[in-house]
Write a protein that binds this ligand. Structure first.
Ligand code: MTE
Length: 307
């Protein structure tokens, strides 16, 4: 998320590809689609429609899978689609640790069978000021947490991404952040009905570049909270260290990272965003439009401070 001249160039190029209605735009888009659109296994028995769904136009599968942030595979938007096929996702073990009555390791195939999979069509707002509408498939994190029975000392949940240096070219190269990628939520945020553990999108198993086999989705927060390819879930009393809140000496990204158009990033405005595929920028909404579901969790907190 460190915006370099190259990022700006790529973003501009991508914007032209997606925004232009002419033949050149369509051709360029076809090329991007061919690169990103590896379809996964169809998910069976997905419960359609949730009361939290947005009816806004969904971002095409090709764009969701070819314009990504997954620094383990490189810092350019095209890198994850080009490199993530190397990620080994079978077998996949998720370790549940810390302040929980039932710490244990879960095989992904076992975990995913424990809960009905539902579709959730959510907005995703990246801190870089672009956004998408993504039809995720997954299950509420709250359903898992209830089964795990956190102890009374559990106040936060920490998450960790896998590190496979031999398969992840970005782990060895310079990206400006350390690995493993770390994220965290307060326990009440983790229990919020909006918070999803995604196992798919568009009714298909999650593409590797989007965080296969299991990633976090918190639609009222900036996209970087959506940690990908999770291998550890730890319940703890103290606020976990997170990758981006440590970046730049902690001056650029906060732990809470709730979408807030009134608090600018030190280097760019958060007031507006570019929906991928659209020409004109649109206004960014507080809590990314999910205030009714989440604002009460932050009552009494200085929202400007808790970016
Ligand atoms: N998770 C890991 N492990 N590594 C990353 O670099 N990038 C984050 C988040 N999760 C990232 C990650 C950022 S900055 C964003 S905006 C979203 O993933 C992007 O998700 P997408 O590529 O599926 O759109």
């Amino acid at each position: 998320m460190k915006i370099t001249p190259k990022d700006l160039y790529l973003q501009r190029r991508r914007f032209l590809q997606l925004g232009a209605a002419g033949a050149v735009g369509l051709l360029a888009r076809g090329a991007a689609a061919a690169k990103g659109a590896v379809h996964g296994e169809k998910l069976a028995g997905v419960k359609p429609m949730s009361k939290f769904d947005t009816t806004e136009k969904k971002t095409p599968f090709e764009d969701i899978t070819s314009y990504n942030n997954f620094y383990e595979f490189g810092t350019d938007k095209e890198d994850p689609a080009a490199n993530a096929h190397k990620l080994v996702t079978k077998p996949w073990v998720i370790s549940v640790e810390g302040e929980v009555k039932k710490p244990r390791k879960y095989d992904f195939d076992e975990l995913v069978k424990m809960f009905p999979i539902e579709e959730r069509v959510y907005r995703m707002r990246c801190v870089e000021a672009w956004s998408m509408v993504i039809p995720w498939d997954g299950f509420p994190l709250a359903d898992l947490i209830r089964k795990l029975e956190p102890t009374s000392r559990a106040k936060y949940v920490a998450f960790e991404t896998v590190v496979q240096p031999e398969n992840m070219p970005g782990v060895k190269g310079f990206s400006g952040i350390g690995f493993p990628y770390l994220e965290g939520l307060r326990l009440d945020e983790a229990m919020n009905p909006l918070t999803l553990l995604a196992t798919g999108l568009y009714g298909e198993a999650l593409p590797k570049q989007d965080g296969a086999p299991l990633r976090l989705v918190t639609p009222w927060k900036y996209g970087f909270k959506g940690i990908k390819s999770i291998v550890k879930i730890k319940f703890q009393e103290t606020q976990p260290a997170t990758t981006w809140s440590q970046y730049g000496g902690g001056t650029e990204y906060g732990f809470y990272a709730n979408v807030n158009p009134d608090v600018d990033h030190p280097r760019w405005s958060q007031g507006r965003e570019r929906r991928i595929g659209e020409f004109l920028k649109r206004k960014t909404l507080p809590f990314n439009g999910y205030g009714d579901q989440v604002a009460s969790m932050y009552a009494g907190m200085d929202l400007k401070k808790f970016f």
